[in-house]
Design a protein. Structure first.
Length: 518
């Protein structure tokens, strides 16, 4: 195949490209109209509770939804005219070639994207104390905030996973960025419940971006380097997001109040949009929709080889038609889904309930706080260890190992008591869950074929948040079980996930993803 004409824009049809940029402008203008009200509270510590919304703020809220819709319409990809040509070529990844500058650049940009993405939910812990004080709400009521955010991430992971298979990987990332910009108006909400609603929207955008990034990276990296790249990008993005959120909180909150953490969505969302030129669309997705000219340009940029292939009748399927549930994926889907739910229960349940339990058993507040405060530092080297094991040892058994370490940490909670140090079980839980988080979605992205990769990765990402959703709901209902009872309940899904991964998991190290299409 040769490109007869210059490659068309891979974002969308050029005739609709104006709609995307106009939508971005409208959403940005809607956010800026909220800034005057925020500045009105400068003399009283930027506290706006009870203030009446001014005209500018009302207009801004009204124009943001149509702005997001306009940008989304502009992102719809143009389909190729000759639909049968996508079955006449195939992509050969440069198996033995070293990584090019384009690959390193893409990895860097996607790390930045994940840092921006994870900053959103990570900011919740830093704004809750200020919200309790300003709105005068109880801890039980403020629990609705993380509950709404996690509900949004579950919905966003599923919806964006499907959108990635319709809009494309790059377009879905940019749609998340536009929504990031829009949800920064949380910083000017004078009512608590408005914040809860906007937290749901922010969670939907944040939850949607994560699985799409893994799908794009899995389809762009050479098979030889795909494993460690996926784990490293995901792990560094997660750790960087928490560190960036805590750093911005320490730097900005003392001066601008808790609301500035929400307004950060404006510049960070615009940064992600500005980086769009460095984020390619998946060449495999472009070929699937008949965009051979654009696919050729992307493949050339990343050093892939294009070759003719024999036309086979079984290759002719419509990429956007949801495939029937295939027996070969059922066991694997169950294993990854249960592992994801268990991770959420540990990360958003046990590790959040642990400090209060330790204090109740006689440990000092300082000791219990320091245990969890060190989690980001413990996670950092864990990322590199997981990347090494995943790429050089085994993808399947690295996944199983992180589940096993998490289960050992949870089991160790049963031994915590007077005179027994909690350091070892807490350390095992932190190492295990951070390793599981770093491997779970990369392994999922490598385990499903192109036509359902976005949806499968989105589903597993949603399951990882649903465990946290269950934990937060228990908090709202004041039904949090005793720590050791909770640990016993969580060990069961971890053990089941370990058994299912061992039985149904497949080795994906160095595997050519095209094998999944056959």
């Amino acid at each position: 195949m040769t490109a007869q004409t210059p490659a068309h824009h891979v974002l969308a049809d050029r005739k609709r490209l104006w709609a995307f940029w106009l939508g971005c402008l409208v959403v940005t203008a809607g956010v800026i109209l909220h800034v005057p009200m925020y500045l009105m509270g400068a003399d009283i510590g930027y506290q706006l509770a009870g203030m009446k919304m001014d005209l500018g703020m009302t207009v801004g809220m009204l124009i943001i939804p149509p702005g997001c819709a306009l940008a989304g319409w502009g992102l719809l990809p143009r389909r190729g005219v000759d639909h049968h040509l996508e079955h006449t070529i195939e992509v050969t990844p440069p198996e033995d070639a070293p990584l090019s500058a384009a690959h390193w650049g893409l990895m860097l940009v996607l790390v930045v994207a994940l840092i921006i993405d994870i900053m959103k939910p990570a900011s919740l812990g830093f704004v809750v104390p200020g919200m309790i004080k300003e709105y005068g709400v109880t801890k039980a009521m403020v629990a609705w905030l993380p509950f709404a955010a996690l509900t949004g991430t579950v919905a966003g992971s599923i919806i964006w996973g499907a959108l990635a298979d319709v809009f494309g990987r790059r377009a879905s990332i940019l749609l998340s960025a536009v929504m990031f910009v829009g949800t920064s108006i949380c910083g000017a909400m004078p009512d608590f419940w408005w914040n809860v609603i906007m937290c749901f929207m922010m969670g939907a955008a944040a939850g949607g971006l994560l699985p799409v990034v893994y799908a794009l990276l899995a389809e762009t990296m050479p098979s030889k380097h795909r494993g460690w790249a996926l784990v490293l990008v995901g792990g560094l993005g997660a750790v960087g997001g928490y560190l960036a959120s805590s750093g911005c909180s320490a730097w900005l909150q003392p001066v601008f109040g808790w609301r500035i953490m929400w307004f950060l969505n404006l510049p960070t969302g615009l940064i992600l949009i500005a980086l769009s030129g460095f984020i390619p669309e998946s060449a495999k997705f472009l070929m699937a929709i008949g965009r051979l000219d654009a696919a050729h340009a992307v493949m050339k940029r990343f050093g892939s080889v294009v070759r003719e292939k024999e036309d086979r009748p079984e290759d002719h399927h419509h990429v956007l038609t949801p495939p029937p549930v295939e027996r070969r994926f059922m066991g694997k889907t169950a294993a990854l889904s249960i592992a994801a739910v268990a991770w959420g229960l540990v990360n958003f349940g046990l590790l959040l309930w642990l400090p209060a339990e330790l204090v109740a058993e006689g440990h000092s507040v300082g000791v219990s706080s320091q245990l969890l405060a060190k989690s980001a530092l413990i996670a950092f080297p864990t990322v590199f260890v997981c990347a090494f094991l995943y790429s050089r040892w085994s993808t399947k058994w690295s996944m199983a190992a992180t589940i096993a370490v998490s289960a050992l940490g949870v089991a160790g909670v049963l031994t915590i008591g007077p005179g027994v140090s909690p350091v070892l079980p807490v350390a095992l839980m932190i190492i295990g869950t951070n390793g599981l988080l770093a491997i779970l979605l990369p392994y999922t992205a490598e385990s499903f074929p192109l036509r359902i990769r976005g949806r499968a990765t989105g589903w597993v990402a949603a399951c990882s948040k649903s465990g946290g959703l269950i934990a937060q709901l228990l908090g709202i209902l004041a039904a949090v079980p005793p720590l050791k009872v909770a640990a016993l309940m969580i060990i069961a899904p971890l053990a089941l996930a370990l058994a299912l991964v061992a039985w149904f998991g497949t080795e994906t190290r160095g595997r050519d993803l095209r094998e999944l299409e056959r």
